[in-house]
Design a protein around this ligand. Structure first.
Ligand code: SF4
Ligand code: SF4
Length: 433
């Protein structure tokens, strides 16, 4: 198959601000809120208000496609079911658990006697029982990838973190390098892959330093150093670079599976200790807060708690003058308030002063958006065709190839959110299909 090369550009990383301080454990919030939503699937609650729950106890079920159990992340009492903010930008129902600070564990959390004897099927079942979904942002149930009918030779850990500001994977690998390799080793065993690859940016040489002592213990695992361009972490691009193959719809067509670094770490904990997905690393950063940093937190932690741990907002700023982005600045979602709750897919929150609306002007036809687009689209033409409701033109301009990387908006000197217009054009195709 012919590999079409995607392009990318170097953008200001702004990562150093959240790397100044080490990863901080914030493991005991007073309340956690377990969203009753995973991707677009509503969850079935299996605990009642007033019930006592332990860490790792199943509190909800994702039924239907990609079924998964969802677990309590602290021990304590279920005090309410209420609507809270979700990183999708919607308010959704959540189970409120009041932490009793006892750290009581569910009986299922016990060391696995002989992890190396687990069969492929048993390992995939553990992925499922862990409630494991992609922690990189997509939230796709991990076990589904490992039930591929196509042979898989290569499992890739995507630790490229190519969007600016985000450093949570970097900090988690810095603290738990062997756990990452263990997780990858068990992922390879789950599908019989002989090649494991940890991919990250070449300038993160510190990651090489912390991984190298453990690499001889995990045969078949190698390092791939990516360029400092955006979107170097785009799944298709990464697979092309590493396997020299491409695919139409699924990475398995190229004999590969890609997982996020933290997903692999949670899997290592599940295989060896039966600890499901109850915590994650998150970056709280941006020019709007005093001390950006990374945290390891239980799923369901209020972001407000973490902003407080960062010393709060910079002087002269408060939550009414602030712009929050759930996720990265290129692909994340703008959220209006700081009542956001950490969920499985939320790896960063970027907090910046609201930009001056006077900075936005008309499109000047400079063509920078088209020059930047990694998949060679012409975003303005797609935008105008979509505004005319011309579905045929939108299709001809290949709008569905847009991967939502956000580069066109990022480079636009007129500050036009052109990614959003292309997104609307894609929706037009879906509606008309
Ligand atoms: S968001 Fe879509 S149109 Fe814009 S640069 Fe990325 S791929 Fe191209
Ligand atoms: S980069 Fe902005 S101003 Fe330039 S053509 Fe694209 S939308 Fe118009």
């Amino acid at each position: 198959m012919i590999v079409q090369k995607a392009k990318g550009i170097h953008i200001d990383g702004r990562k150093s601000m959240s790397k100044e301080l080490p990863l901080q454990d914030y493991l005991n919030p007073q309340f956690v809120y377990i969203h009753l939503l995973r991707q677009t699937e509503s969850l079935k609650r299996v605990v009642e208000v007033g019930e006592y729950v332990r860490i790792g106890q199943v509190v909800a079920l994702r039924e239907g496609w990609g079924p998964l159990p969802i677990h309590a992340s602290v021990s304590g009492t279920v005090t309410a079911v209420k609507k809270v903010w979700h990183s999708s930008g919607k308010m959704v129902d959540a189970i409120e658990i009041k932490n009793d600070f006892l750290g009581a564990m569910d009986d299922s959390i016990t060391p696995e006697k002989d992890p190396s004897s687990l069969t492929k099927e048993q390992l995939v079942e553990k992925m499922k029982q862990a409630g494991l979904s992609g922690l990189g942002g997509a939230g796709f149930p991990t076990f589904v990838k490992y039930q591929s009918k196509l042979p898989i030779n290569t499992v890739i850990i995507n630790a490229v973190e190519c969007e600016p500001y985000i450093t949570s994977d970097y900090m988690m690998i810095d603290r738990y390098p062997e756990k990452l390799l263990k997780g990858l080793h068990y992922m390879m065993a789950s599908v019989g892959a002989t090649r494991g690859v940890v991919a990250y940016k070449a300038y993160n040489s510190h990651i090489t330093d912390v991984l190298t002592p453990f690499l001889p213990l995990y045969p078949g695992i190698e390092i791939y150093l990516s360029k400092d361009i955006y979107p170097a972490g785009w799944e298709k691009y990464l697979i092309q670079q590493i396997t020299k193959k491409t695919y139409n719809s699924l990475p398995s067509e190229a004999g590969a599976i890609v997982n996020n670094a933290q997903t692999a770490m949670v899997f290592a904990d599940m295989v060896e200790h039966n600890v499901p997905l109850i915590a994650r690393g998150i970056t709280i950063t941006g020019e709007g807060i005093k001390q950006p940093r990374n945290f390891l937190v239980p799923i369901g932690t209020p972001v407000k708690d973490l902003i407080e741990q960062c010393g709060g907002y910079i002087d002269g700023l408060d939550s009414t003058k602030t712009n929050y982005i759930a996720g990265g600045p290129m692909t994340g979602r703008a959220i209006l308030i700081d009542d956001l709750i950490v969920n499985d897919t939320l790896g960063s929150v970027i907090i910046r002063p609201i930009p001056d609306p006077k900075l936005s002007v008309e499109c000047m036809g400079c063509g920078k958006c088209a020059d930047a687009c990694p998949v060679f689209l012409t975003p303005t033409e797609i935008w105008h065709a979509s505004e005319r409701g011309d579905i045929e033109a939108v299709k001809r301009l290949k709008a569905s190839k847009c991967m939502g990387c956000g580069l066109c908006s990022h480079v636009c000197p007129s500050h036009i959110d052109i990614t959003d217009f292309v997104d609307k054009a894609k929706a037009l195709i879906r509606k008309g299909a």
